[in-house]
Design a protein. Structure first.
Length: 519
């Protein structure tokens, strides 16, 4: 909670220090390294001290005329020299020789940390084949993790939360909850919304509202997070999984049609269809809606990942009888944990509010005619949500821009293909996602994910399709055609770090690593 409410990282860059007298002949990859850290053997101790002062990190790297690292020099080394009588005009190469501890380019951050531990040092030069400095690792920044999709707060969340504190409106239900629901309706263009404790709770309520019960069938996209299907089982119903379409990675209308046809033939039509909008991209709703109407089955649109995305210009999540959003910590906007159930049917949403507050009848003595849940969102978290909703478009823009950067910088990686975005789609690019063609690429996704993890970069394989999950063993599955598209995507696909608050340096770190391993 503290870190969630902490202000975002925005420390200003310091201006470049005076670098007179520092090595110039040779330029390492980063200009900053050359200017602030490298000194020539022929430099004086005075210059070395100036370099240490300029870099502010207490260490400089001595290089020979070819730029090869010969040693490191610290404040302590210079202090000892001067105490022994050395003059500031003496040359750096009068320092007692000391073979430097270095690691080759491409050493993982995990391994570099082990080397630092073994030598009790806090800085470690990374060198190329010619022993030239390419990077200087320091312990603190080395272990900085890059997360897949971390929270990114704006500036207003605190005010809304503070308002709740000031007015002592801490209990669930309150002005922030009402306002968050209204603002969400306005934002996406839907009649009614109920703010809930999670996207999973919203999905579960959707099942209840559509009277999904024991023995019923519910169709569900296979390529998704388990939470899309868990509520089907909460209701003791049976999930039937539908494959993906290669054009959108979302529910294949072709597979859906066969499934609906078979279900009718068996006299067991599904009670609902859970259509998932994966990684921020809408499913191809028109043919899906047409089929659902033809077979008279309601749609629950699982838009947990696609808030801010659009299908043919209309907001993702507004196409089903019910739509579900999630504000979990990793989603495009977050309330730390939370969800929203939306619909154009205000009666359904009113009933959702009733069920989400323990199905309490309007009587002072707590009258109950049916079983409900404790699923409502708290007024505090709704305050966070109101602030987040105000920056939603900025977050979408940032994630789309990040995707463009990845696509541009990694265009030469053999066998790499990005998740497609059909004409009708405007994806929020919640996660930048790609596949590697095993015939063209020399890396396996699992190996690449591991290499990135060794450098404290969190990447993930694509969701494991639910029909392949042990817990859903034996469930019926309809594949797209002769190919099971979701299985192919699972075997080849991965998600790259996609936070909207990554620094350029972090983005370069990821891109460089991928080029190194998969290039
Ligand atoms: C995150 C997610 C959910 C669940 O939302 P929670 O708020 O975490 O309960 C459901 N479906 C999909 C596709 C998701 O990505």
């Amino acid at each position: 909670m503290t870190s969630l409410l902490a202000p975002g990282p925005s420390s200003p860059r310091t201006s470049p220090p005076d670098r007179s007298g520092l090595a110039r002949a040779w330029r390492p990859r980063s200009k900053e390294l050359n200017e602030n850290i490298c000194i020539e053997q022929s430099a004086t101790l005075h210059r070395a001290l100036a370099a240490l002062d300029a870099s502010g990190i207490g260490i400089a790297v001595v290089v020979d005329p070819e730029g090869a690292v010969t040693r490191t020099v610290t404040d302590g080394d210079l202090r000892r020299m001067i105490l022994k009588g050395a003059k500031l005009e003496d040359l750096v190469n009068t320092l007692p020789p000391q073979p430097p501890v270095t690691v080759p380019q491409g050493t993982s951050r995990t391994d570099a940390l082990s080397v630092m531990d073994a030598h009790h040092i806090n800085h470690l030069p990374v060198v190329d084949d010619a022993n030239r400095l390419v990077e200087l690792f320091d312990r603190k920044s080395l272990s900085k993790r890059i997360f897949l999709s971390p929270p990114h707060l704006g500036t207003l969340e605190r005010e809304f939360v503070e308002e709740a504190f000031t007015s002592n409106w801490i209990a669930p239900i309150g002005p922030n909850v009402d306002a968050f629901e209204r603002e969400m309706c306005d934002k996406i263009g839907v009649k009614a919304a109920a703010a809930l404790s999670s996207g999973s709770a919203a999905l579960h309520l959707a099942m209840r509202l559509l009277n999904v019960g024991a023995g019923d069938r519910v169709f569900c996209s296979s390529l998704t997070f388990v939470a899309s299907a868990s509520p089907i089982t909460y209701q003791n119903a049976e999930p039937v999984f539908i494959d993906s379409d290669p054009d959108s990675w979302n529910m294949s209308p072709r597979a859906l049609e066969r499934a609906l046809h078979d279900a009718r033939a068996e006299g067991r039509p599904p009670k609902a269809i859970v259509v998932v909008n994966l990684y921020g991209q809408s499913a191809d709703m028109d043919p899906i809606i047409e089929l659902a109407q033809h077979y008279d089955v309601p749609i629950i649109e699982d838009a947990a990942e696609s808030l801010g995305g659009k299908y043919k210009g209309r907001s993702s999540g507004t196409f089903g009888t019910l739509g579900v959003f999630s504000f979990n910590g990793n989603k495009i906007i977050t309330t730390s944990g939370g969800g929203m159930l939306v619909s154009d049917d205000s009666d359904l949403i009113a009933r959702a509010r009733f069920l989400s507050t323990q199905a309490r009848e309007p009587a002072a003595h707590y009258e109950h005619k049916e079983i409900g849940y404790n699923y409502r969102m708290s007024n505090i978290l709704a305050g966070v949500g109101r602030g987040q909703l105000k920056v939603l478009q900025e977050r979408v823009d940032a994630r789309r821009a990040l995707f463009e950067t990845y696509a541009k910088e990694l265009s030469d990686i053999p066998g790499l293909t990005w998740m497609p975005e059909p004409d009708w789609s405007y994806s929020n690019r919640w996660l930048t996602t790609c596949t590697f063609d095993p015939n063209a690429s020399h890396v396996e996704v699992a190996a690449l994910v591991k290499s990135l993890a060794d450098d404290f970069i969190e990447a993930r394989p694509i969701w494991k399709p639910l029909h392949m999950q042990p817990v859903f063993q034996g469930c019926t599955y309809y594949q797209h055609d002769n190919t099971s598209v979701s299985e192919v995507l699972f075997n080849r696909g991965m998600c790259l770090p996609s936070g909207s608050n990554m620094s350029e340096e972090e983005i370069s770190r990821i891109i460089d690593k991928i080029k190194l391993v998969a290039g």
